[in-house]
Ligand binder design. Structure first.
Ligand code: SAH
Length: 226
């Protein structure tokens, strides 16, 4: 790593601290996951800027501040099993993987998922399990094995009205889920805490802008947007 790249990382971490990210484990995870490995060649110059960037197929990698904020809300420990919906380029999953025991992540675009899996391999990240599926249905039973319930759930695409019921069902009692909810242009990041099998506490955390959660696997065969 050259000096310029180290400086860019330090500048980003300082910016996140100034914006209110106080959890030092989260800050050090952001510092250590090479965001440049997750963004396309044409966006390399902005890889360490605090901004969202295009990753192809009309999807985006979230702004580091939002990744840090959502991760901080989950208060992860190395005993946690986390479910992520919306793998995208895999950046958020890689950040979670540094803080949790194991990350399960679901993406509806097979092409995006393949590229994310290649990155996990190249970066030698071994505690992420990923599948192409509709994450609104939760983590499926595979070969007779259930992974639910999860201690924490993070959804990185916006639900229109409320979180999918399957995700609330797959959350452990005492666990929490962070999810953007709302119409395009009026989304709010919400933190759900499951207090019993039927009762949830909900907190509005901040206004955000995410691509929508969409049902089913995408049948878009080609990478249109690079
Ligand atoms: N966490 C990602 C950013 C995600 S962008 C990152 O760090 O790069 C949102 C992603 O959610 C997109 O890739 C989109 O295809 C995916 N998505 C939307 N609806 C989904 C669903 N029902 N199941 C799984 N993935 C979904």
């Amino acid at each position: 790593m050259n000096t310029q790249s180290i400086n860019k990382r330090i500048r980003l971490i300082m910016e996140l601290r100034n914006k209110g990210i106080t959890d030092t484990n989260v800050l050090s995870a952001i510092e250590r996951v090479p965001r440049d490995a997750f963004v396309p060649p044409q966006a390399q110059d902005q890889a360490w800027e605090d901004m969202a960037l295009p990753i192809g197929l009309g999807q985006t990698i979230s702004q580091p501040y939002v990744v840090a904020f959502m991760t901080q809300c989950l208060q992860l420990t190395d005993r946690d099993k986390v479910l992520e919906i919306g793998t995208g380029c895999g950046y958020q999953a890689a950040v979670l993987a540094r803080l949790a025991r194991r990350v399960y992540t679901i993406e509806r675009h097979k092409n995006l998922l393949k590229r994310a899996e290649k990155r996990f391999e190249e970066l030698n990240i071994r505690n992420i399990t990923s599948i192409a599926a509709d994450g609104m249905k939760g983590w499926p039973r595979i070969n007779g094995i259930d992974q639910a319930p999860f201690h924490k759930i993070i959804v990185t695409a916006a639900a229109r009205v409320k979180p999918p019921q399957a995700l609330l069902d797959q959350l452990e009692v005492g666990g929490c889920m962070i999810i953007p909810v709302g119409e395009p242009g009026a989304q709010n990041l919400k933190l759900y805490r499951k207090e019993s099998e039927e009762a949830y506490a909900v907190r509005n955390m901040m206004p955000v802008r995410f691509v929508p959660l969409l049902p089913d696997i995408s049948d878009q065969p080609h990478d249109m947007a690079g």
